[in-house]
Design a protein around this ligand. Structure first.
Ligand SMILES: [Zn+2]
Length: 417
Protein backbone atom coordinates (compact mmCIF):
# COMPACT_ATOMS: atom_id res chain seq x y z
CA UNK A 1 0.00 0.00 0.00
CA UNK A 2 1.27 3.43 -0.84
CA UNK A 3 1.40 6.38 1.55
CA UNK A 4 -1.00 8.34 -0.59
CA UNK A 5 -3.56 5.55 -0.30
CA UNK A 6 -3.34 5.72 3.48
CA UNK A 7 -3.58 9.51 3.38
CA UNK A 8 -6.62 9.32 1.15
CA UNK A 9 -8.42 7.21 3.69
CA UNK A 10 -7.45 9.48 6.60
CA UNK A 11 -7.47 12.96 5.12
CA UNK A 12 -8.96 13.18 1.70
CA UNK A 13 -9.33 16.58 0.09
CA UNK A 14 -11.67 16.63 -2.82
CA UNK A 15 -9.94 19.29 -4.88
CA UNK A 16 -6.40 18.06 -4.34
CA UNK A 17 -4.57 14.85 -5.19
CA UNK A 18 -1.73 13.24 -3.24
CA UNK A 19 1.13 12.10 -5.45
CA UNK A 20 3.55 9.24 -4.85
CA UNK A 21 5.74 9.73 -1.77
CA UNK A 22 9.49 10.13 -2.17
CA UNK A 23 12.59 10.66 -0.05
CA UNK A 24 13.48 14.33 0.20
CA UNK A 25 17.09 13.20 -0.03
CA UNK A 26 17.46 9.59 -1.19
CA UNK A 27 20.95 9.41 0.28
CA UNK A 28 20.11 10.37 3.88
CA UNK A 29 16.51 9.18 4.06
CA UNK A 30 15.49 11.49 6.91
CA UNK A 31 12.47 13.17 5.37
CA UNK A 32 9.60 12.00 3.21
CA UNK A 33 7.89 14.33 0.79
CA UNK A 34 4.40 13.88 -0.54
CA UNK A 35 3.71 16.18 -3.45
CA UNK A 36 0.21 17.51 -3.89
CA UNK A 37 -1.42 18.58 -7.14
CA UNK A 38 -4.68 20.44 -7.62
CA UNK A 39 -7.33 18.21 -9.17
CA UNK A 40 -7.74 18.90 -12.89
CA UNK A 41 -10.40 21.52 -13.64
CA UNK A 42 -10.77 22.45 -9.97
CA UNK A 43 -10.87 26.14 -9.27
CA UNK A 44 -8.74 27.67 -6.52
CA UNK A 45 -10.49 29.26 -3.55
CA UNK A 46 -9.77 32.84 -2.51
CA UNK A 47 -8.30 32.77 1.01
CA UNK A 48 -9.95 36.04 1.92
CA UNK A 49 -13.58 35.51 0.98
CA UNK A 50 -13.62 31.72 0.62
CA UNK A 51 -15.15 31.78 -2.88
CA UNK A 52 -13.77 30.13 -6.04
CA UNK A 53 -11.94 32.58 -8.27
CA UNK A 54 -10.08 32.50 -11.58
CA UNK A 55 -6.39 31.66 -11.43
CA UNK A 56 -3.74 34.35 -11.55
CA UNK A 57 -0.36 32.65 -11.18
CA UNK A 58 1.47 30.05 -9.14
CA UNK A 59 4.02 30.55 -6.36
CA UNK A 60 7.14 28.41 -5.90
CA UNK A 61 6.74 25.05 -4.14
CA UNK A 62 6.39 25.14 -0.36
CA UNK A 63 6.70 22.43 2.26
CA UNK A 64 4.06 21.83 4.95
CA UNK A 65 5.04 19.59 7.82
CA UNK A 66 2.69 16.72 8.57
CA UNK A 67 2.53 14.17 11.43
CA UNK A 68 5.80 12.19 11.41
CA UNK A 69 5.83 8.48 10.65
CA UNK A 70 8.40 6.06 12.16
CA UNK A 71 10.18 9.16 13.53
CA UNK A 72 10.62 10.34 9.96
CA UNK A 73 9.47 13.84 9.15
CA UNK A 74 6.69 14.02 6.57
CA UNK A 75 6.18 17.03 4.32
CA UNK A 76 3.46 17.91 1.88
CA UNK A 77 4.91 19.75 -1.07
CA UNK A 78 2.67 22.10 -2.94
CA UNK A 79 2.95 25.18 -5.13
CA UNK A 80 0.25 27.58 -3.97
CA UNK A 81 -1.79 29.24 -6.69
CA UNK A 82 -2.86 32.84 -6.58
CA UNK A 83 -6.31 33.88 -7.66
CA UNK A 84 -7.61 37.04 -9.18
CA UNK A 85 -10.69 37.38 -7.02
CA UNK A 86 -13.37 39.76 -8.35
CA UNK A 87 -14.01 40.99 -4.78
CA UNK A 88 -10.62 40.80 -3.07
CA UNK A 89 -8.10 41.22 -5.87
CA UNK A 90 -5.01 39.03 -6.18
CA UNK A 91 -4.89 36.63 -3.21
CA UNK A 92 -3.19 33.37 -2.32
CA UNK A 93 -5.53 30.39 -2.53
CA UNK A 94 -6.97 28.64 0.47
CA UNK A 95 -5.85 25.06 1.04
CA UNK A 96 -7.60 22.60 3.37
CA UNK A 97 -4.53 21.20 5.16
CA UNK A 98 -3.12 24.47 6.39
CA UNK A 99 -4.02 28.05 7.09
CA UNK A 100 -2.22 31.32 6.58
CA UNK A 101 1.53 31.32 6.32
CA UNK A 102 1.85 28.35 8.66
CA UNK A 103 4.58 25.85 7.98
CA UNK A 104 2.83 23.15 9.95
CA UNK A 105 -0.28 21.43 8.65
CA UNK A 106 -3.39 21.87 10.79
CA UNK A 107 -3.41 18.15 11.61
CA UNK A 108 0.17 18.29 12.85
CA UNK A 109 -0.63 21.29 15.04
CA UNK A 110 -3.53 19.43 16.67
CA UNK A 111 -1.26 16.43 17.02
CA UNK A 112 1.38 18.44 18.91
CA UNK A 113 -1.28 20.18 21.01
CA UNK A 114 -2.78 16.80 21.91
CA UNK A 115 0.56 15.52 23.19
CA UNK A 116 1.10 18.77 25.08
CA UNK A 117 -1.65 17.66 27.43
CA UNK A 118 0.43 14.68 28.50
CA UNK A 119 3.97 16.02 28.27
CA UNK A 120 5.62 19.35 28.93
CA UNK A 121 6.05 21.54 25.86
CA UNK A 122 9.74 20.84 25.89
CA UNK A 123 8.99 17.14 26.19
CA UNK A 124 6.76 17.26 23.11
CA UNK A 125 9.36 19.21 21.17
CA UNK A 126 12.04 16.64 22.06
CA UNK A 127 9.84 13.63 21.36
CA UNK A 128 8.82 14.78 17.89
CA UNK A 129 12.02 16.55 16.97
CA UNK A 130 10.50 19.96 16.61
CA UNK A 131 10.93 23.33 18.34
CA UNK A 132 9.42 24.62 21.58
CA UNK A 133 8.01 27.50 19.55
CA UNK A 134 6.16 25.10 17.24
CA UNK A 135 4.60 23.33 20.21
CA UNK A 136 3.72 26.64 21.84
CA UNK A 137 2.06 27.96 18.67
CA UNK A 138 0.18 24.71 18.18
CA UNK A 139 -1.22 24.80 21.70
CA UNK A 140 -2.09 28.47 21.27
CA UNK A 141 -3.98 27.63 18.10
CA UNK A 142 -5.86 24.79 19.83
CA UNK A 143 -6.78 27.07 22.71
CA UNK A 144 -8.06 29.92 20.55
CA UNK A 145 -10.11 27.46 18.51
CA UNK A 146 -11.47 25.89 21.69
CA UNK A 147 -12.34 29.22 23.32
CA UNK A 148 -14.10 30.38 20.19
CA UNK A 149 -16.16 27.19 19.97
CA UNK A 150 -16.94 26.39 23.61
CA UNK A 151 -20.40 26.47 25.04
CA UNK A 152 -20.98 28.78 28.00
CA UNK A 153 -24.67 28.06 28.47
CA UNK A 154 -26.16 26.54 31.61
CA UNK A 155 -23.43 27.46 34.08
CA UNK A 156 -25.01 27.46 37.55
CA UNK A 157 -22.04 27.39 39.92
CA UNK A 158 -18.67 29.05 39.71
CA UNK A 159 -15.70 29.29 42.03
CA UNK A 160 -13.09 32.01 42.00
CA UNK A 161 -9.57 31.39 43.23
CA UNK A 162 -6.30 33.22 43.30
CA UNK A 163 -2.94 31.63 42.66
CA UNK A 164 0.48 33.09 43.08
CA UNK A 165 2.80 32.77 40.13
CA UNK A 166 6.41 33.72 39.58
CA UNK A 167 8.27 35.11 42.53
CA UNK A 168 7.01 38.04 44.49
CA UNK A 169 3.42 39.04 44.81
CA UNK A 170 2.06 38.30 41.40
CA UNK A 171 -1.34 36.72 41.30
CA UNK A 172 -3.66 35.15 38.80
CA UNK A 173 -7.41 35.12 39.18
CA UNK A 174 -8.98 31.85 38.06
CA UNK A 175 -12.67 31.20 37.63
CA UNK A 176 -14.00 27.64 37.45
CA UNK A 177 -17.31 26.11 36.63
CA UNK A 178 -17.98 23.80 39.58
CA UNK A 179 -21.34 22.26 38.71
CA UNK A 180 -21.76 18.63 39.61
CA UNK A 181 -22.04 17.62 35.98
CA UNK A 182 -19.32 19.86 34.59
CA UNK A 183 -16.10 21.13 36.06
CA UNK A 184 -13.65 23.21 34.07
CA UNK A 185 -11.51 26.29 34.09
CA UNK A 186 -13.55 29.10 32.58
CA UNK A 187 -11.34 32.11 32.78
CA UNK A 188 -7.90 33.42 33.76
CA UNK A 189 -6.91 37.00 34.47
CA UNK A 190 -3.75 38.75 35.58
CA UNK A 191 -3.81 40.11 39.14
CA UNK A 192 -6.59 39.76 41.68
CA UNK A 193 -8.10 43.20 41.60
CA UNK A 194 -11.71 44.32 41.23
CA UNK A 195 -10.91 45.21 37.65
CA UNK A 196 -9.55 41.73 36.92
CA UNK A 197 -12.61 39.94 38.20
CA UNK A 198 -14.99 42.39 36.49
CA UNK A 199 -13.45 41.31 33.20
CA UNK A 200 -14.65 37.76 33.80
CA UNK A 201 -18.23 38.94 34.15
CA UNK A 202 -17.88 41.03 31.01
CA UNK A 203 -16.76 37.90 29.17
CA UNK A 204 -19.65 35.86 30.60
CA UNK A 205 -22.20 38.51 29.72
CA UNK A 206 -25.08 40.00 31.71
CA UNK A 207 -27.65 37.33 30.92
CA UNK A 208 -25.43 34.39 31.86
CA UNK A 209 -24.16 36.18 34.98
CA UNK A 210 -27.79 36.64 35.99
CA UNK A 211 -28.33 32.88 35.69
CA UNK A 212 -25.64 31.95 38.22
CA UNK A 213 -26.99 30.24 41.33
CA UNK A 214 -23.87 29.74 43.42
CA UNK A 215 -20.59 31.59 43.59
CA UNK A 216 -17.74 30.28 45.75
CA UNK A 217 -14.86 32.45 46.79
CA UNK A 218 -12.39 33.21 49.51
CA UNK A 219 -12.63 36.33 51.65
CA UNK A 220 -10.60 38.53 49.36
CA UNK A 221 -12.40 41.90 49.37
CA UNK A 222 -12.28 42.75 45.65
CA UNK A 223 -13.90 39.39 44.88
CA UNK A 224 -16.62 39.87 47.48
CA UNK A 225 -17.34 43.29 46.06
CA UNK A 226 -17.59 42.14 42.46
CA UNK A 227 -19.77 39.14 43.32
CA UNK A 228 -22.21 41.34 45.24
CA UNK A 229 -22.43 43.63 42.27
CA UNK A 230 -22.43 41.24 39.32
CA UNK A 231 -24.15 38.13 40.66
CA UNK A 232 -26.28 39.45 43.48
CA UNK A 233 -28.98 36.84 42.80
CA UNK A 234 -26.56 33.95 43.43
CA UNK A 235 -25.90 32.40 46.82
CA UNK A 236 -22.40 33.48 47.70
CA UNK A 237 -20.48 30.75 49.51
CA UNK A 238 -17.18 31.00 51.32
CA UNK A 239 -15.74 27.60 50.57
CA UNK A 240 -14.09 25.10 52.83
CA UNK A 241 -10.78 25.01 51.05
CA UNK A 242 -10.14 28.71 51.47
CA UNK A 243 -11.24 28.81 55.10
CA UNK A 244 -8.95 25.94 56.06
CA UNK A 245 -6.15 27.50 54.04
CA UNK A 246 -6.54 30.64 56.15
CA UNK A 247 -6.42 28.63 59.34
CA UNK A 248 -3.28 26.76 58.31
CA UNK A 249 -1.62 30.06 57.66
CA UNK A 250 -2.54 31.20 61.17
CA UNK A 251 -1.09 28.01 62.69
CA UNK A 252 2.12 28.60 60.77
CA UNK A 253 2.34 32.10 62.16
CA UNK A 254 1.85 30.86 65.71
CA UNK A 255 4.55 28.25 65.23
CA UNK A 256 6.98 30.68 63.62
CA UNK A 257 6.65 33.31 66.32
CA UNK A 258 6.92 30.64 68.97
CA UNK A 259 10.11 29.30 67.44
CA UNK A 260 11.49 32.82 67.38
CA UNK A 261 10.56 33.31 71.01
CA UNK A 262 12.22 30.06 72.03
CA UNK A 263 15.37 31.04 70.23
CA UNK A 264 15.45 34.41 71.98
CA UNK A 265 14.98 32.74 75.32
CA UNK A 266 17.88 30.43 74.63
CA UNK A 267 15.86 27.26 74.17
CA UNK A 268 16.94 26.73 70.59
CA UNK A 269 18.95 23.53 71.34
CA UNK A 270 15.82 21.87 72.71
CA UNK A 271 13.81 22.56 69.58
CA UNK A 272 16.67 21.55 67.35
CA UNK A 273 16.77 17.97 68.53
CA UNK A 274 13.09 17.67 69.26
CA UNK A 275 12.01 15.96 66.10
CA UNK A 276 12.31 12.36 67.25
CA UNK A 277 10.86 13.11 70.66
CA UNK A 278 7.67 14.04 68.90
CA UNK A 279 7.72 11.38 66.22
CA UNK A 280 8.66 8.34 68.24
CA UNK A 281 6.15 6.42 70.33
CA UNK A 282 6.61 7.47 73.99
CA UNK A 283 7.54 3.92 75.06
CA UNK A 284 10.41 3.91 72.59
CA UNK A 285 11.99 7.11 73.84
CA UNK A 286 15.27 7.01 75.71
CA UNK A 287 15.39 8.59 79.17
CA UNK A 288 16.96 11.70 77.72
CA UNK A 289 14.33 11.99 75.02
CA UNK A 290 11.50 11.59 77.50
CA UNK A 291 12.94 14.43 79.50
CA UNK A 292 13.25 16.56 76.40
CA UNK A 293 9.68 15.82 75.37
CA UNK A 294 8.16 16.88 78.66
CA UNK A 295 10.18 20.09 78.50
CA UNK A 296 9.21 20.70 74.89
CA UNK A 297 5.50 20.25 75.50
CA UNK A 298 5.60 23.18 77.90
CA UNK A 299 6.98 25.54 75.30
CA UNK A 300 5.19 24.09 72.34
CA UNK A 301 1.83 24.58 73.89
CA UNK A 302 0.84 27.54 71.74
CA UNK A 303 1.45 25.70 68.44
CA UNK A 304 -0.30 22.66 69.82
CA UNK A 305 -3.29 24.69 70.94
CA UNK A 306 -3.61 26.39 67.57
CA UNK A 307 -3.48 23.00 65.93
CA UNK A 308 -6.19 21.65 68.22
CA UNK A 309 -8.46 24.59 67.49
CA UNK A 310 -8.20 23.83 63.81
CA UNK A 311 -8.87 20.13 64.32
CA UNK A 312 -11.92 21.07 66.33
CA UNK A 313 -13.17 23.37 63.59
CA UNK A 314 -13.28 20.44 61.11
CA UNK A 315 -16.58 19.43 62.76
CA UNK A 316 -18.15 22.59 61.39
CA UNK A 317 -18.29 21.10 57.90
CA UNK A 318 -20.13 18.01 59.12
CA UNK A 319 -23.28 19.94 59.98
CA UNK A 320 -26.38 19.77 57.80
CA UNK A 321 -28.47 22.56 59.25
CA UNK A 322 -27.22 26.13 58.89
CA UNK A 323 -28.73 26.94 62.30
CA UNK A 324 -26.69 24.34 64.16
CA UNK A 325 -23.60 25.08 62.14
CA UNK A 326 -24.08 28.71 63.16
CA UNK A 327 -24.28 27.81 66.84
CA UNK A 328 -21.11 25.75 66.53
CA UNK A 329 -19.36 28.59 64.73
CA UNK A 330 -20.28 31.11 67.43
CA UNK A 331 -19.05 28.82 70.19
CA UNK A 332 -15.82 28.13 68.36
CA UNK A 333 -15.19 31.82 67.79
CA UNK A 334 -15.83 32.66 71.45
CA UNK A 335 -13.40 29.97 72.55
CA UNK A 336 -10.77 31.08 70.06
CA UNK A 337 -11.09 34.71 71.10
CA UNK A 338 -10.08 33.63 74.60
CA UNK A 339 -7.13 31.59 73.35
CA UNK A 340 -4.62 34.46 73.36
CA UNK A 341 -3.33 33.17 70.04
CA UNK A 342 -3.40 36.37 68.02
CA UNK A 343 -3.32 34.82 64.50
CA UNK A 344 -6.15 32.44 65.43
CA UNK A 345 -8.14 35.28 66.95
CA UNK A 346 -7.78 37.12 63.70
CA UNK A 347 -9.26 34.14 61.86
CA UNK A 348 -12.15 34.00 64.35
CA UNK A 349 -12.89 37.70 63.82
CA UNK A 350 -12.89 37.24 60.04
CA UNK A 351 -15.21 34.25 60.29
CA UNK A 352 -17.58 36.23 62.49
CA UNK A 353 -17.61 39.07 60.00
CA UNK A 354 -18.50 36.69 57.19
CA UNK A 355 -20.87 34.51 59.18
CA UNK A 356 -23.71 34.56 56.64
CA UNK A 357 -21.50 33.77 53.65
CA UNK A 358 -20.01 30.89 55.62
CA UNK A 359 -23.40 29.47 56.51
CA UNK A 360 -24.33 29.63 52.84
CA UNK A 361 -22.13 26.57 52.55
CA UNK A 362 -24.97 24.61 54.18
CA UNK A 363 -27.62 26.32 52.11
CA UNK A 364 -25.78 25.16 48.99
CA UNK A 365 -25.59 21.64 50.40
CA UNK A 366 -25.37 18.97 47.77
CA UNK A 367 -25.13 21.43 44.92
CA UNK A 368 -21.42 22.05 45.20
CA UNK A 369 -18.76 19.39 45.38
CA UNK A 370 -16.45 20.58 48.10
CA UNK A 371 -13.08 19.50 46.81
CA UNK A 372 -13.37 21.03 43.36
CA UNK A 373 -11.70 24.36 43.93
CA UNK A 374 -8.98 22.69 45.95
CA UNK A 375 -8.42 20.11 43.22
CA UNK A 376 -8.11 22.79 40.58
CA UNK A 377 -5.79 24.80 42.81
CA UNK A 378 -3.42 21.82 43.02
CA UNK A 379 -3.57 21.22 39.27
CA UNK A 380 -2.89 24.87 38.52
CA UNK A 381 0.19 24.80 40.73
CA UNK A 382 1.40 21.63 39.03
CA UNK A 383 0.87 23.13 35.59
CA UNK A 384 2.64 26.38 36.41
CA UNK A 385 5.54 24.48 37.94
CA UNK A 386 5.85 21.88 35.18
CA UNK A 387 7.86 23.97 32.79
CA UNK A 388 10.41 26.69 33.04
CA UNK A 389 9.27 27.82 29.62
CA UNK A 390 6.46 29.68 31.35
CA UNK A 391 8.17 32.99 31.86
CA UNK A 392 5.43 34.97 30.20
CA UNK A 393 1.86 35.45 31.23
CA UNK A 394 0.69 34.44 27.77
CA UNK A 395 2.34 31.03 28.02
CA UNK A 396 0.89 30.30 31.43
CA UNK A 397 -2.56 31.44 30.35
CA UNK A 398 -2.52 29.22 27.27
CA UNK A 399 -1.20 26.24 29.16
CA UNK A 400 -3.87 26.50 31.87
CA UNK A 401 -6.72 26.80 29.39
CA UNK A 402 -5.27 23.88 27.46
CA UNK A 403 -4.95 21.60 30.48
CA UNK A 404 -7.95 22.59 32.57
CA UNK A 405 -10.37 24.31 30.22
CA UNK A 406 -11.97 21.13 28.85
CA UNK A 407 -12.02 22.89 25.49
CA UNK A 408 -13.69 21.38 22.43
CA UNK A 409 -11.76 20.19 19.37
CA UNK A 410 -12.89 19.96 15.77
CA UNK A 411 -14.12 16.62 14.42
CA UNK A 412 -11.46 14.68 12.60
CA UNK A 413 -11.85 11.65 10.34
CA UNK A 414 -8.85 10.23 12.09
CA UNK A 415 -7.24 11.29 15.35
CA UNK A 416 -3.49 11.13 15.11
CA UNK A 417 -2.90 11.61 18.85
ZN1 LIG B 1 -12.03 36.85 -2.46
Amino acid sequence: MQLKTILNSLEKHKSFVYQVARWADPEFKTEIEIPIQPRANSQAICSKCGKPAPGYDQLPERRFEFVPLWQIAIYFVYAMRRVDCPTCGVKVEKVPWCDGKNQLTTTYRWFLAGWAKRLSWKGVADAFDTTWQNVFRSVKHAVSWGLAHRDLEGIASIGVDEVQWQKGHKYLTLVYQIDNGRKRLLWIGKDRTTKTFLRFFRMLGTRRSGELEFVCSDMWKPYLKVIAKKASQAIHVLDRFHIMQKMNKAIDEVRASEARQLKEDGYEPILKHSRWCLLKRPENLTDNQTLKLSELLKYNLRSVRAHLLREDFQQFWEYVSPTWAGKFLDAWCTRTMRSQLEPMKKVARTLRNHRELLLNWFRAEGRLSSGVVEGFNTKVKLTTRKSYGFRTYEAIEISLYHNLGDLPEPEFTHRFW
